[in-house]
Ligand binder design. Structure first.
Ligand SMILES: [Cu+2]
Length: 491
């Protein structure tokens, strides 16, 4: 379906009669700890049709009070937006709903969800969504593959209650996630979660920029750091300071606080901890088991947890990834400001407001790694062989194993007229990356190829490999060619 944001409200309601048929069959699930749908869940009339309320982090949609499952329409729009990742540092985030993490979705067990994914016409890339709450192929990924300016719809039944991550699953998946494409969907169990006073949405993610931590300007994604799993930033809610200072979460003494905490990754796991508080309850891994009196809970990449606690005394709680270099040097810090009466019985000393170190105040330089010496090609055959490995590691995720590309997303390198017409231009593409509109074999692509950090030797090898395969014109690209082009073509 073609999508323009103005017409975004036009809806495709599928026949509600589809509903109700599968509800009893989910009793076949054998998990003993979870209460599954009973006959009472079957509505005696057609189910309600509800438009889901989605919220921007750190806010959470209101608890679900209805007694029966419903048909729920979810509309989520993908946008690619430039925002601050740290003060003075910009980054092009790919988002579900304009924020990192994406909008919070709250539904109820056994709801039938009609999911609309819109990809804004200004997007440069196709996207999709894999919801871990979906039982079905790819969590909906293939069913939701959406080109810029399009809208797709797919349907699923939320069989299992819990707190689930959703994320983009378009190749290269790690890159889409590293650009911020993840969020949380809560499937409330029958009867809902116990009421609390405050609910918040916090999600960790790791980010990889060309420049080092705090380096100003628009920072491109760094594929090499991402492959090495060496993030420049580790963040709660997508930027340094997203949840500190004036942006801190708030509560009053005596209140019960529930944090829905996710970890988008793509790479790191989180040792989630609140300095100055004990989690009375944790639902580990976002399931429905409860663990009591927890200091630090481990949240896997692509996982979540619900942490609950009552705040007893005023002060600032610091939420951290207890892998503490991430906290104090890479941004993984959030705050919950608690106001209210002192309670000397619980805590008699000074409050902990002084332990907050402004991020970056004492950022350290990481020692730079020594690059191993790569093997050098002496003839065309060696170059092709070495290039094959470079291709598998750096190009295949997008351009595919046989150079065939992915229609609408990644242009083919096999029999590419663009590639074969101009060797110097091809060297420039690999050396500098490529953005903007190009035409390959009659098809228009207007997307982004990231700059990949490769040596001149590696660029020569990979292009020689590409030119000597898949029906391309052959020939050799040498290290000298690459060096010459790099200095003449500036992007
Ligand atoms: Cu994506």
């Amino acid at each position: 379906m073609k999508y323009s944001p103005i017409k975004g409200l036009s809806r495709t309601l599928l026949a509600a009669a589809l509903l109700g048929t599968g509800i009893i069959s989910c009793n076949t699930n054998q998990n003993q700890n979870v209460k599954y749908a009973t006959i009472n869940d079957v509505p005696d009339k057609e189910p309600e049709v509800i438009e889901a309320v989605l919220t921007t982090p750190p806010m959470v949609p209101p608890p679900i009070t209805r007694k029966n499952p419903a048909k729920v329409i979810v509309r989520l729009e993908v946008t690619e937006v430039v925002k601050e990742i740290a003060e003075g540092v910009n980054y092009t985030f790919w988002t579900f709903g304009g924020s990192v993490p994406g909008k919070f979705i709250r539904i109820r067990q056994n709801d039938d969800v009609e999911f609309h994914l819109m990809n804004h016409p200004d997007s440069k890339n196709p996207h999709n969504i894999d919801l871990h709450a979906v039982t079905g192929p790819g969590g909906g990924a293939n069913a939701s593959f959406t080109a810029p300016g399009h809208e797709t719809v797919f349907n699923f039944k939320a069989l299992n209650p819990g707190l689930y991550v959703y994320h983009c699953a378009t190749a290269p998946v790690g890159m889409h996630i590293a650009n911020g494409m993840y969020g949380l969907i809560l499937v409330e169990p029958e009867g809902g979660l116990p009421p609390v006073d405050k609910e918040y949405y916090v999600m960790q993610g790791d980010f990889y920029t060309k420049g080092k931590f705090g380096e100003a300007g628009l920072q491109p994604f760094d594929m090499e750091k991402a492959l090495d799993e060496h993030p420049t930033y580790v963040l709660f809610n997508g930027s340094v300071g997203a949840l500190t200072g004036d942006n801190a979460l708030t509560a009053k003494t005596g209140e019960r606080v529930r944090l829905f905490v996710g970890n988008g990754g793509p790479s790191l796991i989180s040792s989630f901890h609140a300095i100055g508080e004990i989690f009375d309850k944790v639902y580990p891994e976002g399931g429905l088991n409860i663990n009591n009196n927890v200091q630090t809970t481990l949240i896997p990449a692509g996982g979540a947890a619900i942490a609950e606690f009552k705040v007893e005394v005023p002060g600032s709680l610091i939420l951290v990834d207890h892998s503490l270099f991430r906290t104090f040097n890479k941004g993984a810090m959030a705050m919950l400001k608690v106001e209210g009466q002192e309670n000397k019985e619980v805590f008699a000393g000074q409050t902990s407001s002084k332990i907050y170190l402004p991020e970056g105040a004492n950022a350290q330089e990481m020692p730079s790694a020594v690059k191993p010496v790569a093997s050098v090609a002496n003839n065309l055959e060696q170059r092709v062989n070495l290039g094959k490995a470079v291709y598998a590691q750096n190009c295949q995720a997008c351009h595919q194993a046989e150079g065939q590309g992915i229609a609408g997303a990644f242009p083919p390198l096999a029999k590419s007229d663009y590639l074969n017409a101009d060797v110097s231009r091809a060297i420039g593409v690999v050396a500098h990356g490529l953005e903007g509109q190009i035409k390959v074999n009659g098809q228009v692509y207007n997307s982004t190829m990231p700059k990949i950090k490769l040596s001149d030797e590696e660029i020569a090898n990979v292009l020689t490999y590409v030119y000597n395969n898949w029906g391309n014109k052959g020939g050799e690209v040498t290290t000298k060619d690459v060096a010459r082009i790099k200095t003449t073509i500036v992007h």
